[in-house]
Every structure is written in C-alpha cells, then in structure tokens.
Design a protein around this ligand. Structure first.
Ligand SMILES: [Zn+2]
Length: 241
C-alpha cells in the first residue's frame, strides 16, 4: 500500500466560456477523458472522498492504487460531460454542491472570471448519486467562511449539510472550503457540523494520517498537459505548481 493517496481537484469539465478572464478551472472534455484513461491504464482506481477517508485515516488497507477525484461547485457539466467518462473506467468521484444555488449559476465567480456557468439542478445531481458517485457539501452560498460571524458560519456549514441531506435523502459526510478559506475556527465549525472530512486548496498529495479536515489536493488545471498531469499525480511535482 502506498503512503500517498492523491486527491485531484477539478471544477468545470468543458470548453472555456467565451469572455472568461481565466482558463484554469475549465478542463477540456477530451483532456479529462485522456486523464481518466491514463489513470485506469496505470492501474489507478478513482474513489470518492468517503472511500479515501477510510484509507487516509488508516482504518482500511487497500491493495489497489487509489486516487480520489473531487469536483468543486457542482457544475452541470460534471454530470453531462464528466460522469459518462468516469463510468467508462469504473472511477468514482465526489462532487461538492452549493445547497442554495442548485440549478442556478456560479455568480460568485463573476468578479474573478467575468462569466458564469450553469450549476447542476436537482435532477442532474440525482443522476450523479444514482450512478454511485458521492455528493459533498460546499456551504449554502459559496461564502468565504473566514469572514463570517459564528452564527452565519454555523448556518453556511451545518445548514448546507442539512439542506443537501433533506433534499436528497442521504448522509453527507464530506465538505470542501469555498475559496479554500479556512482557519482553526472554521475547521472547528466543520467538525461540529458532523463532517468526517474536508478538502482545502492547499497543494500537495494527501498522506496516510493526514488531518481529515485539512486534506490537501492536487490541482488539475486547463493548462496541464498529460505528462504534467502524471507528474503531479505520481510525484511531488504538483506540490509546488
Ligand atoms: Zn468552490
């Protein structure tokens, strides 16, 4: 068993929208398909954060090479573009949804990107869940949690969890910090809300025994070609890029 379990971070899978000021969070569908095929070819199985948690915390020993796949924000194209590719290779993944923004657009990115994209509606997220994928939480409104007072923090974190659980009739145990913003107070709120695990935007490959509420990730971005993708996954290369 490897002591490392890389957690890959994706956002949107598809073309860069016209007028977008940044390309990085949009990974092309063909590039994503090549990445998922490479994983399978090299004997890796993509897993959810719930599965990864069991391994990272040392309770479950896996004889396989594992790699967790995460999608932030709940873009509609995670279901329309990424899901068929994941299924083709038998990979599983976690999609972190913003509970008050289901079926809307990611307006929180307007200032940064100059454009917005459609988020999955309830039916699309049900298709994701029905395919054996995991639904994780990403707050109610994609708030920057470190800036909130205690009551609003609780509502964004715990309220977002309960909203997803009530709507989809399942347990949501994995969280992702919007904008990567977290500090000790925020981490404690996530723990109190009952989450088992949470991912950050800190770069690096997760190691066995990692703090489950501060899991680093490998950023997979538009500009990464397949060799770079592989270096980031299989070596420490991505810890700096
Ligand atoms: Zn986000």
């Amino acid at each position: 068993m490897s002591a490392v379990l890389p957690v890959l971070m994706y956002h949107s899978i598809g073309p860069v929208p016209t007028g977008s000021r940044r390309r990085s969070i949009f990974v092309g569908t063909r590039a994503f398909a090549r990445q998922m095929a490479l994983l399978a070819h090299c004997g890796y199985r993509g897993v959810t954060m719930d599965e990864a948690h069991a391994v990272l915390q040392g309770g479950v020993v896996s004889p396989e090479k594992l790699c967790a796949l995460t999608f932030d924000d709940g873009f509609l194209d995670n279901i329309t573009a990424a899901l068929p590719i994941l299924r083709r290779h038998g990979h599983r993944a976690t999609c972190y949804a913003v509970s008050d923004r289901i079926g809307q657009r990611n307006r929180w990115s307007q200032d940064v990107l100059g454009v917005t994209s459609p988020l999955a509606d309830e039916g699309a997220l049900r298709a994701w869940i029905d395919a054996g994928m995991e639904l994780g939480a990403h707050t109610r409104t994609h708030a920057r949690l470190t800036t909130l007072d205690d009551a609003t923090l609780e509502d964004e974190v715990g309220g977002g969890k309960r909203a997803l659980e009530d709507r989809f009739g399942l347990r949501v145990s994995q969280f992702c910090y919007p904008w990567g913003a977290h500090d000790d107070r925020v981490v404690e709120a996530v723990r109190r809300a009952g989450f088992a695990g949470a991912t950050t935007t800190v770069r690096g490959r997760a190691r066995i025994g990692v703090d489950p509420l501060r899991v680093p990730r490998v950023h997979v971005l538009n500009q990464h070609h397949l060799p770079q993708f592989w270096l980031k996954l299989a070596t420490g290369y991505g810890d700096r890029r």
